[in-house]
Design a binder for this molecule. Sequence first.
Ligand code: FAD
Length: 508
Amino acid sequence: MEAIPSAPRSEHRAAPTTIIVGSGISGLAAAIVLARHGRRPLVIEAHNVPGGCMQMFSRRAGDGTLCRFDAGVHYVGSLGAGQLMWRLFRYLGVEVPTRAMNRECFDRVYLPGGDFCVPVGWDATGMALTRECPGEAATVATYIARMKQVEASLNWHALAPEADGAYDRGLYEVSIGEYLRSVGAGPRLRSLMLAQSSLYAAPSHAAPLAIHAPVVGSAIQGPHYIVGGGDAITNALLDRLRDLGGGLRTRAPAARVLVEDNRATGVELQDGTVLHAPEVILAMHPRAAQALMPPDAWRGALRERLEAAPECVGLFCVYGVAEGDMGDYSGSNHYLLRDDDPDCFYDPPLRGPADAVVNLPPTSPQLFSAVGAARMEWFGRWQGTRTPRRDPDYRALKQQLTDNIMATVRQHMPGRKLQVVDAATPLTIRDYARYPGGGIYGLQPGMAAQGRNGVRRRTRYAGLYVTGAGTGAPGILGACVTGFAVAGTILGTDALIREVRSTTDVPA
Ligand SMILES: Cc1cc2nc3c(=O)[nH]c(=O)nc-3n(C[C@H](O)[C@H](O)[C@H](O)COP(=O)(O)OP(=O)(O)OC[C@H]3O[C@@H](n4cnc5c(N)ncnc54)[C@H](O)[C@@H]3O)c2cc1C
């Protein structure tokens, strides 16, 4: 069994032992795990606000009210007592206030062929799918059993060191589309099984089973709102990090990783400041990480695969305020799809009603967001510009895409007064999260970038590691797992999984 080295808490070192570049959940989780094991981590963040996609922002509505919107935390899965996200927060030592979602219908799917409510739990979902497609009970049972089996075979997901799915070609090289064809799912059943694919933002031919099962599964098994939004998670993690002796430095964009004699020695910031540490973790988009490392940090084959790996479809998100009672709409997410084939989400129209996932959290009543897709190419003219300096044509395009999304939303929520406050484009996520392609979750979590072919957390330089959603699965849970996984790479994976498991077990 691998041993986890630990150092006494009282050992106070002024210089950091570990520099973590990026203050998203993966970076903060890795920092806390390492701090619990005697390291003294310093997290550095390019932006003036920590949290990466967990950051929130304020805008004034038409009547002057200040509204605080979430950028990337609308709901989080596996937060029921004893479930994975709940356990990871518990291990990290943070209490994040949550509120369970509507058990009968946490996600509501709207397709031309009819609406469908996704209930909480794989078994309840199986029953609902069978009621909807009664002739396909056996296919539904096969699908649900396979999803559970995939989840159980992923070591971090199942907190089972012995689980050996990480290198299983059957999980990473079979797409969910191919799998559904192989089990003979009919068109309606296929539509319903794929309808939540925007949770990982990859079309059915590109999303491996090892992404579909844990991402959709964690939503299905324990969907919760975060009371206080992304700030509640970021602040809790930062308080805990400081209690453990770690630090945070914002407005500190890293320019390059420093290496000597095949070892990491620190990071140079864009202003020329040099920070020394024997360990460096890049907690960010893999392409952004690659740009900071020496070119040979990953072997050539991996560099070539990464070069060819696609980005997620670009993000377009409308933020607004609902007037009056939103009744049944609040408390569920609404997947509004134009076509019975949910892959339509990845082919957004430049003009006309567009697909959207609408979120109306009762934890911030009256605020809504509607996430859709946009092509980065549409924004080619403004690639070299920053927000305040963009011209009227940019604002006109933004208005057009807002109208596309709101046309769909208004069609599905007739008679509701919905006031748009602002919108984010792929350039917004490029600039705020530093996702080079402006993709919803950065690198597309597809067949070319996962599993045996995936981005490696280790590099050829001792002490230099990479983590973040792009090294595993997207989402707060997926990215948090990658933070634990990189800490496991340093401390010993099996021992860390066992420690997380034993310290967070809930009595039966
Ligand atoms: C619109 C939207 C909605 C979402 N909704 C949900 C949801 O409802 N539920 C859910 O679970 N997930 C959701 N997600 C996904 C989830 O928020 C992300 O997958 C997750 O937070 C990513 O975490 P991360 O640690 O990988 O990195 P990020 O959060 O991307 O953080 C990376 C950080 O690294 C910093 N950085 C990059 N380069 C440098 C550098 N050179 N120097 C210093 N710092 C640098 C960046 O500024 C950034 O702060 C959503 C995402 C988006 C965009």
